[in-house]
Design a protein around this ligand. Structure first.
Ligand code: URA
Length: 237
């Protein structure tokens, strides 16, 4: 990898800023002198320092974000804030989103540059359950549990009618519940709720398969997944 690319990736800065750092002498590599932007470095074996601090290169990044409302699930948008804006430190890692949440939905959101990992988790064949905390205008009834379990007919994002796979409704209170679905069609939870006469007023994703949202993360905060969490998701049936 080129040195300026490496520095911009690891520090989360622009290529121009990386070139400035190299020019100013802030970047050093063990056993190498006269560094140039296009020097080719081995990101595993070369030891690179920035202002005396050793840089750590991570090939695959797996980020758990507590998505706030107001952010689009997108990696590029001209007019709205996007989820990637919240993880600026990793902006040069070519991150892909693992699924989507509506702009007004909060909660567990994963970003990674491991395309296979993202694909595996979002594949419809996987039937991976995603759990949501939901507040509605209206009141849940016990019948809704059966209706969700049996599946109901709603329109997907392409206006095709489809029957939802079995979903789990756990009523917590008159207007509060957990809903778990193994699909991810456009506005699916909102449409399922509307079908039984309830309007969603607050929606938060709290789990994807075995992975629960870290309660220590405030809205807009993120952390890297642990090795155990990554392995568990990779092996998720
Ligand atoms: N279902 C919805 O309606 N919205 C989301 O953001 C996620 C699931």
């Amino acid at each position: 990898m080129r040195l300026d690319k490496y520095v911009s990736m690891v520090l989360g800065i622009t290529r121009n800023e990386a070139r400035q750092s190299i020019k100013s002498g802030a970047v050093k590599i063990e056993f190498k002198n006269n560094l140039k932007n296009d020097d080719s470095i081995n990101e595993i074996t070369d030891v690179v320092y920035y202002n005396g601090k050793k840089l750590e290169y991570i090939k695959y990044i797996y980020i758990m974000l507590n998505k706030p409302q107001g952010y689009l699930s997108a990696t590029f948008d001209k007019s709205s804030p996007i989820v990637v804006d919240l993880v600026k430190e990793y902006q040069n890692y070519n991150l892909a989103m693992v699924g989507r949440l509506d702009k007004d939905t909060e909660g567990l959101f994963l970003l990674t540059n491991d395309g296979k990992f993202a694909h595996n988790l979002t594949s419809p064949k996987k039937d991976l359950f995603k759990k949501y905390y939901v507040e509605i205008n209206g009141s849940w009834s016990q019948d809704d549990i059966t209706i969700f379990e049996e599946g109901l007919e709603i329109y997907d994002g392409n206006k095709n009618l489809f029957k939802t796979k079995p979903a789990i409704l756990e009523i917590l209170d008159d207007d509060k519940a957990y809903i778990s679905i193994s699909e991810g069609k456009y506005h699916q939870i909102k449409k399922m709720c509307l079908k039984v006469g309830k309007e969603v007023k607050y929606l938060k994703r709290i789990a994807i398969g075995s992975l629960c949202l870290d309660e220590k993360l405030a809205l807009g905060e993120y952390r890297l997944l642990t090795v155990e969490e990554i392995e568990k998701l990779k092996n998720q049936k």
